[in-house]
Design a protein around this ligand. Sequence first.
Ligand SMILES: Nc1ncnc2c1ncn2[C@@H]1O[C@H](COP(=O)(O)OP(=O)(O)OP(=O)(O)O)[C@@H](O)[C@H]1O
Ligand SMILES: [Mg+2]
Length: 211
Amino acid sequence: MKIAILNQKGGVGKTTLSVNLAASLSRACSRVLLIDADPQGSALDWAAARQAEPLFSAVGLPKPTLHRDIEQIGQGYDHIIIDGPPRVTELARSAIMAADLVIIPVQPSPLDVWAADEVVKQIDEARIYKPALNSVFAINRKIVNTALGRDVREALASYSVSALDASVCQRIVFAESAAQGLAVFETEPDGPAAREIEALREEIMQKYGNP
Ligand SMILES: Nc1ncnc2c1ncn2[C@@H]1O[C@H](COP(=O)(O)OP(=O)(O)OP(=O)(O)O)[C@@H](O)[C@H]1O
Ligand SMILES: [Mg+2]
C-alpha cells in the first residue's frame, strides 16, 4: 500500500507519524520504503541521526514527478510511506496522486481543523483523476485527560473525510526518540506511545490494507 501523510499545516506530526508508522510496519515483517517528499528533509534527518541498524529504507524525493516515479522506485516493497511537505504545493499534489491512502494528521485545536480545509480540497480535486483514492484524519498530540480529543472529532465531522478511531497523544517520548533516530517502540517498547502507534497501524491495515 502507498500511504501519503499530508497536511499543509506545519508541525502537525507528518514526519513523526511517518517514521513511526514505517517502523511499525517493518516490525510487522513488511518491506517498507519511506519517501521524504519534504524539501526540509526531516525524515532523512531522522534516518541520519540513527546509529542502530536501519528498520526500513529511506530516500529523499521532493519532486513533483513523484506520482510518476513511484512505481519504479517502490518496486520490491510491500508498503511505501510518503512524508509530505508543508504548504500547498505541486509536491503535495504529486504525493496525493502517488498514494492509495492519504492520512491527514490534525492536532486537537480549532485552528488545525480549519486549516485541514485546504488538504481536503486538494484530495477532492485529485479524486477526479483517481476515484479510488482513500483519505482519513489521524488525531495527533491529544492531551491526556482533556475533552479536546472528543471536541476535535465533532469538528472534523463537518468534513467528508472520516477520522481514525485510534489517536496519538502528546508524549515526550516521540521527540526524545526522534532525536536518536529511533521509533517509540524501540525507546519504550511497552509504553503508551508504542501502543498508540500499533493501534493506528492495525486500524489502517484493517480498513485500507486489503482492498
Ligand atoms: N504526539 C506527539 N507528542 C509529542 N511531540 C510530538 C508529537 N507529534 C509530533 N511531535 C513533535 O512536534 C514537532 C513537529 O512534529 P513533526 O516534525 O512530526 O511535524 P510535521 O508535520 O512533519 O512538521 P513540518 O510541517 O515542519 O514537516 C516535532 O518536534 C515532534 O517531535
Ligand atoms: Mg515534517
